[in-house]
Design a protein around this ligand. Structure first.
Ligand code: ADP
Length: 565
């Protein structure tokens, strides 16, 4: 079978291969080793395969990688700012060699591509970080192609695509570079400004984009920044819906929305340059440059640094084919009630934060700030506390009073809140959700994060989760807080009843058993309990009745506006 020996030439539009070759590769793949991509890596693979990273036809090999770090260009001289390599762990790297084919799969194991290995090497990641960020490596900077910490070895080589990564959301808004380019040609859009937005846009943004588009005689293509995650997050849906509503405020021939797998890399000028190349490959001629790509683009809009950054991008124009357009500072003209551009940086408005604050307080957003459709979309995520879900998370020693308080509050919540309420008692969860787990540290943490996962789903859907595990370790509690605060309120209640009181109560007889050596690893006796440092509430039940303890929690909830209208 001759055609299996050599790699076929890719068609210009994507790295997807002919279905006959797909069949062949699938039949061979049982012998291939597999790499399972994380969500960031999936975005990069999609941009390779759909040719948003044209002219790359696979992950960079070592020669290109070194050349990019040394002089910001591929080995053949093409300007390229950042490495795009496949990061793998050491054990995987040790088991493969040049010339070998490996399967690239998504987290579920679905085969998306075959990589014919050109090089396997261990890069100098510190050097790479210095080249990308200079001396100022941000804590949350993600070099997603590599995901360096977990994957410190690199693989380069040509990619043959079998399928695009699967998406189930907004499929009609996901044109590939070739499709988008064709769309522009059909519409006669000769000049197109690419606008990547990481937040909802409002009336001031609308005025700025309209002003720029009219000046340049160009159309606009807006793209939300992606939030790579295993499951599409609420943030993603909220942002896309906001941008859909925002785009709908423009005349049809002036603006459109398209989802590209681009996420914020926080890689400063070099990240912006890669974004310029991607915009070009999607058929754009111009690109909006937000103030240093910061989350709050309107701050320091007039700083020299920002202008230098835009000038530097403009110098690369011959290489990228993209004209960078600097974000403008908009101010409200009181007389007309409209936003107009201004040179005066200090008067810049940042309506987005103000809009979110209004929504969170449950107040009307002033009409001059945003559009009703955008606000409705934002309300999906930003609800006033009285409409949000929340979690009451009791932690403390056995016998401290967690279950008792949780039960009283469960009943009170059902009586008054109008939200669905779920009780996840420690002992009950241990019998059901976590029946196979022991009381080792690892299993205790797993039990707590399982409770956190269930609670976060409840909170996500506007419910109240009342949880009462012992939860003796700080890290697992922190993780639960993180999971829940993404969707609603987290109220950590340390039931701090002293061990002497718990032991005296000894409702389940376990302290007596532990002191007699019949059971081992009881929290507070021969297993640690790390008390929370900053819980929302601390309740010692020694001198309180259960109703009095519950009242403390209810007062806190009322004070924090979780209860009521
Ligand atoms: P845990 O769930 O923390 O192991 P339990 O709620 O099962 O603790 O047991 C606590 C015991 O303390 C129960 O017998 C309960 O009646 C008693 N108790 C006395 N005062 C209080 C109070 N203010 N809050 C909670 N429990 C109390």
């Amino acid at each position: 079978m001759q055609y299996s020996d050599s790699l076929p030439a890719h068609n210009a539009e994507s790295l997807l291969v002919h279905f006959r070759r797909v069949e062949l590769l699938k039949s061979q793949a049982t012998d291939f080793k597999s790499v399972f991509l994380n969500p960031h890596q999936l975005c990069d693979l999609e941009m390779l395969v759909n040719r948003a990273y044209y002219p790359l036809d696979g992950y960079m090999c070592r020669e290109d990688y070194e050349s990019v770090l040394d002089g910001m260009q591929l080995a053949d001289g093409t300007v390229w700012p950042l490495p795009i390599c496949l990061g793998v762990d050491e054990a995987f790297a040790a088991g493969v060699e040049a010339g070998e084919s490996i399967a690239i799969r998504d987290a579920e194991g679905f085969m998306l591509a075959v990589l014919t290995i050109g090089d396997v090497w261990q890069p100098d990641l510190e050097r790479e970080a210095r080249v990308i960020w200079g001396d100022d490596v941000p804590a949350d900077g993600v070099n997603a192609a590599q995901c360096s910490a977990a994957n410190p070895w690199y693989i380069g080589g040509r990619v043959e695509g079998l399928a695009f990564p699967q998406h189930y959301d907004f499929n009609e808004l996901r044109l590939t570079p070739a499709e988008l380019h064709r769309y522009f040609s059909e519409k006669g859009w000769r000049k197109v400004i690419g606008v990547q937005a990481g937040r909802a846009l409002h009336k001031a943004d609308r005025a700025m984009l309209e002003e720029i588009a009219l000046e340049e005689n160009a159309s606009l293509v807006l793209s939300p920044l992606m939030f790579p995650s295993m499951y599409s997050s609420v943030d993603h849906f909220t942002l896309v819906r906001c941008l859909q509503e925002f785009v709908a405020t423009f005349p049809k021939n002036m603006a459109m929305l398209n989802l590209m797998p681009w996420f914020e890399r926080k890689m400063g000028p070099k990240g912006a340059l890669l974004r310029a190349i991607v915009n070009k490959n999607y058929g754009c001629t111009h690109m909006l440059v937000w103030d240093s790509g910061k989350a709050e683009p309107r701050l320091n809009v007039d700083t020299d640094e920002f202008q230098k950054h835009v000038d530097w991008l403009a110098e690369q124009r011959d290489a990228t084919g993209i004209v960078p357009i600097r974000e403008r500072c908009m101010v409200l003209d009181e007389a007309s009630g409209k936003y107009v551009s201004s040179d005066c940086g200090s008067l810049c408005v940042n309506d987005h934060n103000a809009v979110i604050s209004f929504l969170k307080r449950g107040e009307e957003v002033p009409e001059r700030m945003s559009f009703p459709g955008v606000l409705d979309a934002l309300r999906m995520k930003y609800k006033p506390r009285s409409k949000q879900g929340f979690c009451l998370f009791f932690t403390g020693l056995s016998g401290a009073g967690k279950s008792t308080l949780a039960k009283v509050l469960y009943v009170k919540m059902l009586e008054m809140s109008g939200r669905p309420v779920t009780l996840l008692d420690g002992d009950v969860v241990r019998k059901n959700l976590s029946s196979e787990l022991s009381f080792s540290k690892e299993h205790r943490d797993l039990n707590v994060t399982r409770i956190g996962f269930v609670a976060s789903e409840i909170v996500k859907n506007g419910g109240v989760a009342v949880c009462a595990p012992i939860a003796p370790y700080a890290e697992a509690r922190r993780e639960v807080r993180r999971m829940i605060e993404e969707y609603g309120g987290f109220v950590e209640i340390h039931v701090s009843t002293p061990i002497e009181v718990c032991e005296q109560r000894d409702r389940k007889g376990i302290y007596a058993k532990a002191r007699a050596g019949i059971i081992k690893g009881l929290t507070g006796v021969d297993d640690p309990y790390i008390a929370p440092e900053n819980p929302e509430l601390r309740i010692d039940t020694s001198e309180l009745t259960p109703n009095e303890g519950a009242q403390v929690v209810l007062c806190f909830l009322a004070d924090q506006k979780y209860l009521g209208q």
